[in-house]
Design a protein around this ligand. Structure first.
Ligand code: PMT
Length: 224
């Protein structure tokens, strides 16, 4: 039986990709399947937490006993996350949020006859950074990082820039790690610079390993 060590806690998890429209039928997105975030939501639920899962478009069914909020764009994910973050004891951001979106999505289908369009992109809101800015005392904020180079340096920089407590680093170039697959290979990077490389494991086990190691601050927030 699972340990009920998250009883009385609220955990907010994000999962999946975002879709950024080019026109009413086309979008920019990425390969995230949602598996990592859904595994985290299910693991937190099994350990007794109240779980809110904000997910981009994925093919996975709603996990039982989890409040699921389905969104499409980074802007919608930001809104849903900011709505639920104040009540969360831990926020875990496994979603692969698009970093850029078309600056001016077309109102109608872009026609082939007009020639290949040049699409201007603009940055999306950085959800994690916003969460870091608003972090309540006692809240734990966990980011993921999908890097292909300079992994540890980038993680150490992000942890400070975004006011995180833990970064889960996956080297998405390794087979059996990152997007779409059922396993992951992660290194956990803490605020004090310590890091811990975990062996390849199914995403559910990675999820439990992360929950085992949540760096809870000493002050526990008063119940609302
Ligand atoms: O969904 P799966 O197929 O199971 O794949 C899992 C995964 C590879 C998507 C997951 O393990 C993972 O690494 N998720 C984060 C991917 C990512 O977007 O990494 P990043 O280095 O680009 O972003 C760093 C962090 O900032 C992430 O926590 C991300 O949620 C957050 N972010 C990024 C951009 C943005 N505009 N807002 C954000 O909050």
């Amino acid at each position: 039986a699972a340990r009920r060590d998250l009883e009385g806690r609220t955990v907010l998890v994000t999962a999946g990709p975002t879709r950024e429209p080019l026109d009413p039928i086309r979008f920019l997105s990425n390969r995230s399947s949602g598996k990592m975030g859904f595994a985290l939501a299910e693991a937190a639920r099994d350990r007794g937490a109240r779980v809110v899962l904000v997910t981009g478009p994925v093919h996975l069914p709603d996990p039982a006993g989890v409040q699921v909020i389905r969104v499409e764009t980074a802007a919608q994910m930001l809104e849903a996350v900011l709505r639920h973050a104040p009540a969360a004891d831990a926020v875990i951001k496994a979603a692969a949020v698009a970093d850029f979106r078309p600056a001016r999505p077309a109102a109608h289908k872009i026609k082939k006859e007009a020639g290949a369009p040049v699409v201007e992109l603009e940055p999306t809101p950085d959800i994690l950074k916003e969460l870091g800015r608003r972090k309540a005392p006692g809240q734990v904020l966990v980011g993921f990082a999908a890097e292909t180079q300079d992994l540890l340096e980038n993680a150490n920089r992000k942890i400070r820039e975004k006011n995180l407590d833990l970064i889960v680093l996956n080297d998405v170039t390794q087979p059996g790690a990152g997007f779409e697959v059922d396993t992951n290979i992660v290194t956990l990077v803490y605020r004090d610079g310590r890091h811990e490389a975990l062996p390849p494991m199914p995403k559910r086990q990675v999820a439990d390993a992360i929950l085992d190691r949540l760096p809870w601050p000493r002050v526990r927030r008063e119940a609302d």
